[in-house]
Design a protein around this ligand. Structure first.
Ligand SMILES: Nc1ncnc2c1ncn2[C@@H]1O[C@H](COP(=O)(O)OP(=O)(O)OP(=O)(O)O)[C@@H](O)[C@H]1O
Length: 712
């Protein structure tokens, strides 16, 4: 078109046809080197293929053929790096290399400044999906819907569609930090995972226009945006045939109804499951592609390669196909060579097809309708539910925004509600803590009953206070080390969601706000029992209890920061107690555990035990009066005996002997004790409380930053 035509008002070129929402992977090559090149292992070798919207693609192949590795790459957990090194979480190897492209709608899916995965909802259903154990199925889905800006009608709909109505009010169960809670079955769990992803796709795909805000997918006033991508890694493993069948049925339905690209790795699916697959990707060892196209055309394709590759009637086609590309290493050299030759021939046959060439090219023909590139004459574009309207399934410019995603405050409120439910339903943990704390306090009280005000009571008081401090800290740190890292897997999945996810702040601070006050109850009960039994100074008991409560907060946040920094729950549990012992060593003001060298003294300021113990000491000894001949228990007994058996002079002699037995000279006041320890004589408890708050805030800030920048 020349300039004259433009000036004459000729219509401009029509905009290019929107790219079809096809997920493609092109020439993926993933090699692992173990130390040197001779120990190179090829996991994926030139793996290419496509998955179409509205269709369920089943990934089959013998064990070790690279199915999970491929899913990891598609999910973006493993990405090609410019220098060929492996990126992302997990173990790193010196020369690990992944090259190739993953595209969606012809655009890079994970790479580049604006990857398609930023606007296309992407879900990864793990083999063992994790949820909060003390929430019911409905509560889990409702929270998900609310985080996506959806409502109860969305929840009701997915509950019905995924067949979860019967267990909607059952606890999900499992272990997220407490005891193993009995809950829904394995199959229901997987269906719940699919329900969550369906909900996510549905809410995310809504058109943001206010007048259409309440339209549901497929209903008036709404149109389907990019249906999203669901990747399911072995969703049927460990389930009985019927439950596995149901899962695949639901995945296929989700693909159709949400117009999503659904890719599922399946292990030895039975015939009924194979029939439910729309498309099939068959991998041989090393991630080599033996077939990628409509499942209905697979058997014909192999028969075309060699008529002997004919699947006998009544034979499970999935098993037949997997056997066809499996290499039997136990059958002797000859048999193995024959298997290798057969698999080579099959993979070469696929590599020479036009479909394979189309899948390999980047970007592949995804911008066209793509209906003609399927083998076996079966046209995926033709029968794709999403293919009925050219406009349907296109991604709105800039992505279709979901309806009213909740802001941080709303997220905070929703997550605080969940934390509260989880905490409330773990009442048995709290009751156990309370009983254990009260029993421990009683034991302490009996062993140090009414220590009195004699010289010996100085050590006894200090010992009780130190033990109270350590007990409080251990209780709190164990609780958060046990709970926090375990729920990280669930939280990490939720936080990573592009839509309906939440940020570190609302999650962490809602958890802190709900759990910490509840965690404070047991130590306060401990202090309330120990104080009167031991005979701690009555006026100082308020500060004593407050110090224990703050100690709980500081220790909980220390536990969460260790949990956030540790890669796994097991490592957190290994590191946490060591950190606590270090805190005890550095924080012991009496020098009973260790003499901290001067060089390490600044480090001691980070010890929460130091401030907790100091707070307890100051609250106890400030204003305390001692009596060298007073009501020390030993002396009392001695004096009583003396009164009965001897005259006044004899009594004096006994008292003198008792005094001699005591440890050193008796201080006159608590301030003498504080002075000896180098502690402030006035207001020490308040200053220690401030320092405890600083330690707690520093740990909370560290946890927040780790969650914020590294994710849960
Ligand atoms: N990080 C790694 N280091 C070493 N080997 C690896 C690594 N990742 C994958 N492999 C190897 O690559 C091969 C493919 O692994 P992958 O888990 O993808 O296979 P799979 O087809 O999913 O197997 P299965 O069906 O048994 O689950 C396996 O032999 C595995 O041992």
């Amino acid at each position: 078109m020349d300039g004259d035509e433009l000036e004459a008002g000729a219509p401009p070129d029509p905009p290019p046809a929107p790219p079809e929402d096809v997920l493609g992977w092109h020439n993926l090559r993933y090699v692992i080197h173990r130390g040197d090149r001779r120990r190179e292992r090829t996991i994926l070798s030139g793996t290419s293929g496509i998955a179409r919207p509205g269709r369920l693609l089943g990934v089959l192949g013998p064990s070790g053929s690279g199915k999970t590795s491929l899913m990891t790459v598609l999910a973006g957990k493993l990405r090609p790096a410019a220098d060929g090194r492996r990126k992302g979480r997990g173990r790193r190897h010196a020369t690990d290399g992944l090259v190739g492209d993953v595209t969606f709608g012809g655009e890079p899916f994970h790479e580049g400044p604006h990857p398609a995965s930023e606007r296309v909802p992407l879900s990864y259903i793990e083999q063992d999906p994790r949820f909060f154990s003390n929430l019911t199925v409905r509560e889990t889905l409702t929270l998900d819907a609310n985080l996506h800006g959806g409502d109860a009608s969305d929840v009701d709909d997915v509950v019905r569609r995924l067949g979860l109505a019967a267990c909607a009010d059952t606890l999900v169960g499992g272990d997220t930090g407490g005891k193993e809670v009995r809950g829904i079955s394995g199959g229901e769990r997987r269906r719940l995972a699919i329900a969550c992803e369906t909900l996510s796709l549905r809410c995310s795909s809504r058109v943001a226009a206010p007048e259409k805000a309440d339209a549901t997918i497929g209903g008036a006033g709404a149109r389907k945006a990019a249906g999203g991508v669901i990747l399911a890694d072995e969703p049927t493993t460990g389930l009985d045939a019927h439950a596995a069948d149901k899962i695949v049925e639901k995945l296929a339905e989700t693909a159709r109804e949400e117009r999503a690209v659904v890719v599922a790795v399946l292990h030895q699916p039975r015939s009924a499951i194979f029939q439910k697959l729309d498309d099939l990707l068959l991998l041989a060892a090393g991630g080599r592609v033996a077939y990628c196209g409509p499942a209905s055309g697979a058997l014909a394709h192999f028969e075309k390669i060699d008529p002997s590759y004919h699947c006998p009637t009544h034979h499970n086609p999935a098993e037949f196909l997997i056997d066809l590309v499996a290499i039997n290493c136990d059958g002797g050299e000859g048999a193995e060579a024959a298997d290798v030759a057969r698999v080579d021939a099959i993979c070469h046959a696929w590599a020479s097809t036009g479909e394979c060439a189309a899948h390999e090219s980047v970007p592949i023909g995804v911008r066209s309708n793509g209906g003609g590139d399927s083998p076996g004459g079966d046209s995926p574009g033709g029968d794709s539910p999403g293919g009925d309207s050219p406009g349907a399934g296109t991604v709105a410019a800039g992505g279709s925004l979901p309806r009213q995603q909740p802001g941080p405050l709303r997220q905070f409120a929703l997550l605080a509600g969940r934390a509260w439910r989880q905490t409330r339903r773990e009442a048995w943990v709290r009751v156990t803590q309370l009983v254990a704390s009260a029993a421990l306090a009683a034991a302490f009280g009996v062993c140090n009953f009414k220590v009195g005000y004699g010289p010996k009571s100085v050590k006894q008081r200090a010992a009780v206070l130190m033990q109270a401090c350590i007990n409080t800290s251990m209780l709190a740190i164990c609780r958060s080390l046990n709970g926090f890292p375990r729920e990280r897997a669930t939280v990490s999945r939720e936080m990573r969601r592009k839509r309906g996810g939440y940020t570190a702040g609302p999650y962490f601070f809602s958890k802190l706000l709900v759990e910490t006050p509840v965690d404070m109850i047991a130590p306060v009960v401990f202090g309330a029992v120990v104080g009167p039994m031991v005979g701690l100074r009555r006026e100082g008991r308020g500060w004593f209890l407050a110090t224990l409560a703050l100690q709980t907060a500081a220790s909980s946040t220390l536990g969460t920061s260790v949990g956030a920094l540790s890669p796994s729950a097991e490592m957190a549990l290994a590191i946490g107690p060591c950190v606590m012992v270090l805190c005890i060593m550095l924080g012991d003001e009496t020098g009973a555990f260790a003499e901290v060298p001067d060089g390490l003294a600044p480090l001691a300021n980070a010890s929460l035990i130091k401030w907790g113990f100091r707070g307890c000491l100051c609250s106890e000894f400030e204003g305390l009066k001692f009596d060298p001949l007073g009501d020390d228990r030993a002396k009392k007994d001695a004096a009583k005996t003396a009164a009965k058996t001897a005259a006044k002079t004899a009594k004096a002699a006994i008292v003198a002997r008792a005094k001699k037995k005591m440890d050193g000279p008796c201080p006159r006041t608590g301030e003498d004790v504080l002075e000896d320890m180098g502690l402030p004589l006035r207001g020490g408890a308040a200053r220690a409380a401030k320092a405890q708050c600083v330690v707690a805030l520093a740990n909370a800030a560290l946890t927040y930053l780790v969650l914020r920048f590294r994710g849960a």
